[in-house]
Design a protein around this ligand. Sequence first.
Ligand SMILES: Nc1ncnc2c1ncn2[C@@H]1O[C@H](COP(=O)(O)OP(=O)(O)O)[C@@H](O)[C@H]1O
Ligand SMILES: [Mg+2]
Length: 337
Amino acid sequence: MQAIQLHELKKTYGTVEALKGLTLNVPHSCLYGLLGPNGAGKTTTLRIITTLLAPDSGDVKVGGFDALTQSRSVRRALGYVAQEVAIDKILTGRELLELQGDLYHLRSSVRDGRIEGFIDRLQMSSWIDRRSGTYSGGMRRRLDLAAGLLHMPKILVLDEPTVGLDIESRSVIWELLRELKSQGTTVLLSSHYLEEVEALADRMAIIDNGQVIAEGSPQELKHDLGGDRVILRVREFSNQVEAEKVRKLLTGLDGIHNVIVNRAQGFSLNLIVDSDNRLSDLRRELEKANFNIFSIAQSRPSLDDVYLQATGRTLMDAELEVSSKRDKKLEMKKSMR
Ligand SMILES: Nc1ncnc2c1ncn2[C@@H]1O[C@H](COP(=O)(O)OP(=O)(O)O)[C@@H](O)[C@H]1O
Ligand SMILES: [Mg+2]
């Protein structure tokens, strides 16, 4: 049995199809990463898992319970650290944790023992007795994490736990997540940081446009690309037409596949080569066709390459697309006023 099983989840907000039949299985005691750009549907998925949101259709099982009909049991099994939380600013961090413990009906000796433990593990002692209104983003996140763990859930769900945080907070949080995993907790986290998923996840899913488009361990996904990554620029590249010509030329060659024009990087080309030393072949072919190489480099593939192969664009491009759509919508709203 899996810790979390999602089957064919669909969710629409008005006319926006946020989830289009999302299927995902998270094994027990696994640190699982959900990677995708802004707007991919990560928060929607996590809110459905945590019973805060009902899907339009599909099945949700968490810790063996059905999220739709056994939501109380699901909530007991889960800890959730949301993307944004509004916390009371007057109380101190410790007082907020005590309140949280009382919500879970913990005996005060148990509660206080656990609070001390988290203060220590998340390095909060120097500020935990200050009013929480004075906390930085990183301090608030650590406090949220402690609050989400006070009832010792078997499954911890975190929505973009380290977005915009200072390096110290990030590494303290990463350390705790690794420790929880080694103690058998299942951790599901969403992120749009490749490095975060790469550094933490045993398994991962890439989610794009409300669907899972790739799934496996980061190593498997990179291995499945079938070789090394080459990034190439030709001197004449200033437009897509030239880049397309080179793409056509390379696509026809043996041992070369997934040739993609990377628009965000000034129409450079990304491709996968199946053996260690293809650069001299590539040089020769390009010279034969009178293309003048500006730069060429071969390296081991990264998760960014996995994402690029799966979606045809880099994660950064996807983010830019979303923010430019959002800016356009805002402008339209302004001009309608
Ligand atoms: N409450 C809402 N009302 C309308 N649209 C929403 C709402 N929440 C999310 N969306 C839209 O659903 C899509 C998925 O959003 P979300 O799950 O927040 O993605 P992510 O967390 O990956 O950024 C986006 O297009 C987003 O704009
Ligand atoms: Mg989100």
